[in-house]
Design a protein around this ligand. Structure first.
Ligand SMILES: C[S@@+](CC[C@H](N)C(=O)[O-])C[C@H]1O[C@@H](n2cnc3c(N)ncnc32)[C@H](O)[C@@H]1O
Length: 344
């Protein structure tokens, strides 16, 4: 695509069938790099077909997002059927047409014939999949017919690509390509050269995809690693906090038990003091009791003595009362009591 655009220098490029945009963006990239004044149009329903398969909206949106910032200055994505789009193009206005829609014989023939009037006199038409020979792919058959009496070159690698000249006056490089297609040696050398270039591009593309996949995996692995590190970090922080809490609780308990011990000690000391005090009181009381006992003994002895004395006096008194003199002096004691009463 790069070589052809450089060699042909088209003013208008149209692609019928763009899908994810591989071939179309290659053309846009070449036009931009070469600084050509070329308007470009990608025409597709972006719904798919029986051969490409039917796909969802993401294909179109991904391409639109990729395409707009890079190529919108000279290129448009036209969401339409090929037939509905064709009347929007002036006759004899397209220098380069890439036909890559449905690949049945009728479809390719129809697309070529419908768009044929839109081609400039010396336009080039590319036919994709000229070398696919399976199911009802029949570009090869139509290519055989359409290229029979026109300048052309067919690449066989990949799925095959036919380069057709609809006129007879081409830039030297393009004319040389068509000429090389006429003889076996030149044809083989050019096919080999472009097949190798294609392989290099495919290899770069595979490597880029593999690198992106590896990077994505690495990013995932790195993110997973970070996630796990963060998780471990949180666990460690939680464990440290728990350890600090336990240490603080341990210290609290130590302080508390020291306080308890002190309190206990004080209580024991208090009790000991009370016991000592009580002992001293007991001893004191015992001494007092001893003194009292002694006093009691003395009192008991005194009382015994007093009783003995009393008894002795009673006996003496009894002896007196019963004596004769006491009875003789009785009137005198009566007169004395009378006088005492009268004197009062
Ligand atoms: C083989 S793919 C194109 C591949 C593309 N050129 C590339 O480089 O990968 C064919 C595309 O043609 C589109 N298509 C087929 N027939 C069509 C039609 N009549 N009108 C519009 N789009 C059509 C399909 O939607 C599909 O996206």
């Amino acid at each position: 695509m790069f070589w052809l655009i450089d060699a042909l220098r088209p003013h208008r490029f149209v692609e019928l069938g763009t899908h994810a945009g591989a071939s179309y963006c290659a053309a846009c990239q070449a036009i931009e790099l070469l600084g050509l004044h070329c308007s470009c149009y990608a025409i597709d329903t972006w719904k798919g077909d029986e051969h490409a398969g039917y796909y969802d909206e993401k294909v179109y949106h991904d391409l639109a997002a990729y395409h707009a910032p890079k190529y919108a200055a000279f290129s448009r994505l036209v969401r339409s059927t090929f037939d509905a789009a064709v009347d929007h193009f002036e006759d004899a206005s397209i220098d380069l047409l890439h036909i890559d829609g449905l690949h049945t014989y009728d479809a390719v023939r129809h697309d070529f014939e419908t768009w044929r009037p839109k081609l400039t006199q010396n336009a080039v038409v590319l036919f994709h999949d000229t070398n696919v020979r399976e199911r009802d792919f029949a570009v090869s058959r139509f290519w055989g017919e359409v290229s029979a009496d026109r300048p052309h070159f067919e690449f066989l690698h990949g799925h095959g690509l036919g380069v057709l000249g609809v006129g007879d006056n081409y830039p030297k490089a393009v004319a040389s390509l068509f000429a090389a297609g006429e003889e076996e040696h030149g044809r083989g050398a050019i096919r080999a050269a472009f097949a190798h270039l294609g392989q290099v591009v495919a290899h770069f593309s595979d490597t880029a995809h593999a690198t992106r996949r590896t990077e994505a995996t690495f990013v995932l692995t790195r993110e997973e690693w970070h996630r796990q590190m963060e998780q471990r970090g949180s666990q460690i922080t939680a464990l440290l906090a728990e350890r600090d809490q336990l240490a603080a609780r341990g210290r609290e308990r130590e302080v508390q038990s020291a306080l308890d011990r002190k309190e206990w000690q004080l209580q024991i000391e208090g009790r000991d003091a009370k016991i000592l005090q009580a002992n001293a009181q007991v001893i004191e009381k015992a001494e007092e009791i001893q003194v009292l006992k002694e006093k009691l003994s003395v009192a008991v002895a005194d009382r015994e003595n007093a009783r003995s004395e009393e008894k002795r006096l009673h006996e003496i008194l009894g002896a007196v009362y019963s004596s004769t003199s006491w009875r003789v002096t009785a009137p005198l004691r009566a007169a004395k009591r009378l006088l005492t009463t009268l004197g009062k």
